[in-house]
Each structure stands twice: as structure tokens, then as C-alpha cells.
Design a protein around this ligand. Structure first.
Ligand SMILES: [Fe+2]
Ligand SMILES: [Fe+2]
Length: 257
């Protein structure tokens, strides 16, 4: 345990901003930033970290992913590791910010620790989830041109993606509905995400112009979180309610890739 007074650490310097660490360990850093009027921290990102900021004293400007915001005393901001962050004191007094850089947990690592046991009848759907995760990683990392990514998305969608969504809606959910209520937030969320994913895929595939990086990234993020939710929450729930003989019958109805 450690108790420390933030006011004791307060320090401004005419030459440049001052950073004072409160805590550092396990991939996390907590510190105070002190900026005099006119001082700035140029745009930068924090790969692998989640960023939390709280205004402690004074006010100033933040640009998060190019968007301008004013941060006053007691205002809180969160930004992800992909958001470029610029901090500039355009106020009239010293500006103090409390900052937490928290290490992001890699979902793959988390999953590797806890292998999910899947009923064999749902293997075809889980197998397709693997393709969806590969696609979502490509959309997020954007190592290829948007036009190339669009072609890959088209192939993914036409050669199984679309059919996978239909199988969940037309085979899996109706079977489940015979044994348990579909009026649950997990199912509503799953279906709403299907609608949003379909909408975003259409926007990318049918757009006249090349898709923007943001559009591709957003789809990648949504697709990834959707698949993980199904694997960790929805499918275990289905396996729990659908009787064994019905699960076996389901396996025969699902496409095998
Ligand atoms: Fe789904
Ligand atoms: Fe799915």
C-alpha cells in the first residue's frame, strides 16, 4: 500500500512540462502532468495501453484522434491506444492532470488461459468464428490498402460470413427458443450486432469510394467483440439449455466450414 499527497509532488518548470510518477508496475503507470500556459505534449499514441485522464487543477485543450476537447478541473477522459493524444495548456494558469496508463489485456492471451469447451455440434459455427477473427484482425491492423481489404472482406462475406449469420438466426436461435426465453439482453445484443455488422459490411462493399480506415477499423472491432461474446456467453448459454439429442441434430444442419 502507498499513500501520497499529489500536492507535494506538484512541480512546474518554465522550460517544459513536468511528469511526476505516483506508481509504476505490472505494465501500468500513474502520474501527474504539470503544464504551464503555452506548454504542450505533441500528439502521440500509447500502444497496448488504455488512457485515463482527470483534470486536477486549471484547464486546457486535448486533441484526441484530431478532435478538440477542453478539459477542466474534475473532468474525466478515457481514450484507447489507437487515439493520438495531444495536450496543450491554452489556459492562463498552471494545469495539472492525473493520468493512468493501464496495460490492455490481450484477449488472445486471456482466451489461451481458459480454453472454451464447445459441444461438437457447434464446431462449424466456432470454426467460422476463427475466420471472422482473422478478418477482424486484418481490418484493425490495416497492413494492406483499403481496396485490398475490401476484396478480402467481400470474399469472407460471400464465402461463409453471410451464411454464418443466417445459420445463427434461422437454425441456432429458433432451436434455442424452444427450450428457453429469447427475451434476454445477450440475445437482443447479438441480433442488434448482426444488424450493425450487416450494415457496415454493405457500406464498405457497396460504397463508390474506397472505404475509410475508420470504417474498416470499426467493423473489425465490432466483429471481434461480437464473436468473443458468442463464444464466451451466448454459445455456453445455448449448450446449457438445448438438450443433447437436439444439439446433435443441430450439428447435421450447420454447414461444415
Ligand atoms: Fe453472430
Ligand atoms: Fe457467430
Amino acid at each position: 500500500m502507498k499513500i501520497q499527497s499529489c500536492s507535494e509532488l506538484q512541480e512546474f518548470d518554465d522550460a517544459r512540462f513536468v511528469k511526476k510518477n505516483l506508481y509504476k508496475g505490472n505494465g501500468n503507470v500513474v502520474f501527474l502532468l504539470h503544464l504551464l500556459p503555452g506548454q504542450e505534449i505533441p500528439a502521440h499514441t500509447h500502444p497496448g495501453k488504455e488512457v485515463f485522464l482527470l483534470g486536477l487543477q486549471g484547464r486546457g485543450s486535448l486533441w484526441i484522434g484530431g478532435e478538440h476537447h477542453t478539459l477542466g478541473c474534475q473532468d474525466f477522459v478515457y481514450c484507447g491506444d489507437e487515439d493520438a493524444l495531444r495536450i496543450y495548456n491554452d489556459g492562463k494558469e498552471g494545469w495539472v492532470l492525473y493520468v493512468v496508463l493501464a496495460a490492455k489485456k490481450e484477449p488472445e492471451v486471456e482466451q489461451a488461459k481458459k480454453p472454451i469447451k464447445r459441444h461438437p455440434s457447434l464446431f462449424p459455427l466456432s470454426h467460422h468464428h476463427h475466420h471472422a477473427l482473422v478478418m477482424s484482425r486484418q481490418l484493425k491492423q490495416q497492413k494492406e490498402e483499403p481496396a485490398v481489404l475490401r476484396e478480402k472482406l467481400k470474399k469472407f462475406w460471400n464465402e461463409g460470413g453471410q451464411r454464418h449469420f443466417r445459420e445463427e438466426e434461422e437454425i441456432l436461435l429458433p432451436t434455442y427458443s424452444r427450450y428457453a426465453s429469447v427475451e434476454r439482453p445477450e440475445i437482443t445484443e447479438m441480433l442488434m450486432e448482426h444488424v450493425r455488422i450487416r450494415g457496415q459490411v454493405e457500406e464498405i462493399l457497396e460504397g463508390e469510394e474506397e472505404p475509410s480506415g475508420k470504417l474498416l477499423y470499426n467493423l473489425g472491432t465490432l466483429l471481434e467483440s461480437h464473436v468473443r461474446k458468442e463464444e464466451r456467453i451466448v454459445f455456453p448459454m445455448m449448450e446449457n439449455y438445448i438438450p443433447e439429442e437436439e444439439l446433435s441434430r443441430l450439428g447435421e444442419l450447420l454447414a461444415d466450414d
